[in-house]
Design a protein around this ligand. Sequence first.
Ligand SMILES: Nc1ncnc2c1ncn2[C@@H]1O[C@H](COP(=O)(O)OP(=O)(O)OP(=O)(O)O)[C@@H](O)[C@H]1O
Ligand SMILES: [Mg+2]
Length: 396
Amino acid sequence: MISSGAEEQTKLETSKQEIFAATVAHYLAPIKKYLDNTRVAEVMVNKFDEIYVEMDGKMSKVPEVFPDRDAYAAAVNNILQFTGKSLYDEASLIDARLPDGSRVHVAKEPCSRFGMAMTIRKFSKSMLDIDWLVHIGSLTDQICEYLRIAVNAEANVLVAGGTSSGKTSLLNALSSYIPNTSRIVVIEDSSELQLQQDHVISMETKPPDRYGRGHVGIRELFRSSLRLRPDRIVIGEVRGGEALDMIQAMTSGHGGSMGTLHANNPYDALNRLETMALMSKVELPLYALRSQAASAIDVIVQMTRHMSGARVCSAIAEVLPIGEDGNYHLQDVFRMERMEDETGKHMQLKWTGVRSILAKRLKFEHEEMVTELTAPVFGLEGDGEEPHMEESPDDA
Ligand SMILES: Nc1ncnc2c1ncn2[C@@H]1O[C@H](COP(=O)(O)OP(=O)(O)OP(=O)(O)O)[C@@H](O)[C@H]1O
Ligand SMILES: [Mg+2]
């Protein structure tokens, strides 16, 4: 029987992937056991004889080494070849992928001053789900219910945090609260999110070819996504001029959108968003930009990575309209507090006692989701305080 062109193509792709997997396993033999270990999240090669791994959230140096510089260079080149690149191209910073989807980043001289550095962020087949995040203490049941109601009530949510603080994992878990009736467009630099809904379009940026042509960035994808008629947009990480497009989309019919951003606290998140929006080179008075940003973002979830390797939600703040002073105003709805009980002293994320500003937009179906856990937060029991303006650090 003569197989169709499509079948031939699939066979070719499969055998290419198999060869790739086999050669990578050969060249990466010194670190293969860490790549195969599900407890390892990241493998970092600083030099051929200096390798670190992050296992169970903790970083440590491992005894394995590549035999010499050439063996290390051959291993890196092998990975790159299969993504159509070469170690000997001009680019000093190169992104690639392993056959299982793991992200590889290579920095070579002269950008990396003491030789070539490579990191492999392993692709996790099963992303952490909300129940697991509660189980390991990153979230509480009360916060999950609050977030579920916020997402259903079409609040726009930003997940903020430092490097590797669990932003993407939380975003993925949060996305499970989006109703299956929504048409969702996901935009990412390199695909990590795994949405479970039926109606999802996933977009990924495209790096330039070796001549610097054909680059498609997050901002271009974002603009295109608006023409794909999404109800909600999920953006893996906001890092540039797309911030302005996102702010404008969030305030014009794409409520319930979400994304992550690198920031150390919720105020910092708004300031970074503003700085990135200014990178878009669109002339907009600062007051107008701030007021749009404040009305676009409803909730900021702050993630923090502890020295122990644990990642926890350390605060949840709601964004109030900007004040007459032109500054952002936030109210902490949940905040870390020092607790002492029979298990000893520890920090716990607790409701601060303020009433959520989302209360006024809850419809009947959202109110039905409210249990005694969040009834006070949404003021449905009448014992929460009115939202109050907190001073921004700039005012202090
Ligand atoms: N709540 C959590 N508890 C423990 N480990 C977690 C938690 N969330 C994420 N992780 C692990 O931490 C690592 C980084 O997670 P993730 O990619 O979500 O962080 P990130 O903040 O998005 O990182 P980046 O700054 O690179 O974008 C992954 O290995 C992930 O499995
Ligand atoms: Mg991330």
